[in-house]
Unconditional design. Structure first.
Length: 202
């Protein structure tokens, strides 16, 4: 599941423009900006998968959700195995003449009913987990994007790219640690705000 989170988020941060609010430039300024050559100091990259894996939101909520999902999957697999084993044992008893046809049919109907209920409940649980994972993915993506924008609030970088799309780059252009620190700072602030809101309601 960790790899799933990383894979989903790695593709998200493709490009981040440094300042989208400066749209009121004159025509001459706009043309000049288009012809300006971006220098090395204007570029930076972020290792999004690293930021996610090391972030506090993943270490707390992400890991917990991963463990919850794995536990559910193991439970589903065990229940399915138990039903299959019970059905096989019933078939074996019937073939050996250790149980009447009426009793065999009655037990078979019971197994089939439990199997149907199991399938229905599993689908509901799986949908809930899928939604929780989807929401977590969106939250972490949004947090990382907002952190990048805050890090580049002064417009220092004209372009910030996702490291997964790089073939080669100088380590000096890597701002992953800075982004990670900002992500953790923003996450801590969000947790504090939620705690204060909960306390006020009480």
């Amino acid at each position: 599941m960790k790899n799933l989170f990383l894979t989903l988020l790695v593709a998200v941060v493709a490009l981040v423009a440094c300042d989208n609010t400066k749209t009121a430039n004159t025509t001459a300024e706009g043309e000049a900006a288009q012809t300006e050559v971006i220098g090395g100091g204007d570029l930076a990259y972020v290792r999004v998968d690293y930021v996610l894996a090391q972030s506090e939101i993943y270490k707390t909520e992400g890991v917990a959700l991963q463990e919850k999902t794995q536990k559910a999957q193991n439970s589903w697999a065990q229940k399915e195995k138990n039903l299959q084993l019970e059905a096989a044992q019933l078939q074996e008893k019937y073939q050996k003449g250790l149980i009447t046809t009426a009793d065999a049919q009655k037990q078979q109907q019971s197994i089939e009913k439990r199997a149907t209920n199991f399938q229905t409940n599993t689908q509901k649980e799986a949908q809930t987990l899928d939604e929780e994972n989807y929401v977590f993915q969106n939250r972490t993506t949004d947090l990382i994007m907002r952190a990048i924008k805050e890090v580049n609030a002064d417009g220092k970088y004209k372009m910030i790219v996702n490291a997964t799309s790089l073939l080669d780059a100088a380590e000096s252009l890597d701002i992953s640690e800075t982004v990670l620190a900002k992500v953790n700072e923003m996450y801590a602030a969000e947790k504090n705000n939620k705690t204060e809101a909960t306390t006020e309601k009480k």
